[in-house]
Design a protein around this ligand. Sequence first.
Ligand code: GTP
Ligand code: MG
Length: 138
Amino acid sequence: IERTFSIIKPDAVRRNLIGKIIAIFEENGLRPIALKKIHMTRAQAEGFYAVHKERPFFGELVEQMIASPVVVQVLEGENAILKNREIMGATNPANAAEGTIRKLFALSVGENSVHGSDAPETAAEEIRFFFNDDELVG
Ligand code: GTP
Ligand code: MG
């Protein structure tokens, strides 16, 4: 059993897609073991995406992430990290496979509805960034 970190991004929360997205996770064997709705501060968004800070889209990405609330979650299941990436689909919705969350809901490469950790190390780091151990109730 593995854990991964997920964000339902502002574009999806604004369009009332929280329930639909969580249903897709649950239908695919990913159980939310911690979740909360937060409005990220600029410092949180810049810290979370620090790895991208030299990229040309960094400023726009931060603005999009702090524009309105998000839902942060820890998902647990078999191969949760890879499975979540598969369910999310490609970063650019134009390249996302049929049936993926980004194919179904994303508006653009920036407003692409969800974030998911890409490896065990980043999953652990990202979970710690938003949750204390006592909030994980698997
Ligand atoms: P995450 O799960 O969000 O990390 O997506 P990813 O791993 O598929 O993409 P990556 O880590 O390369 O980029 C992080 C986020 O930056 C993406 O989800 C996009 O929202 C955003 N992003 C990436 N490329 C672009 C771009 O060219 N323009 C804009 N505006 N945003 C981008
Ligand atoms: Mg990434």
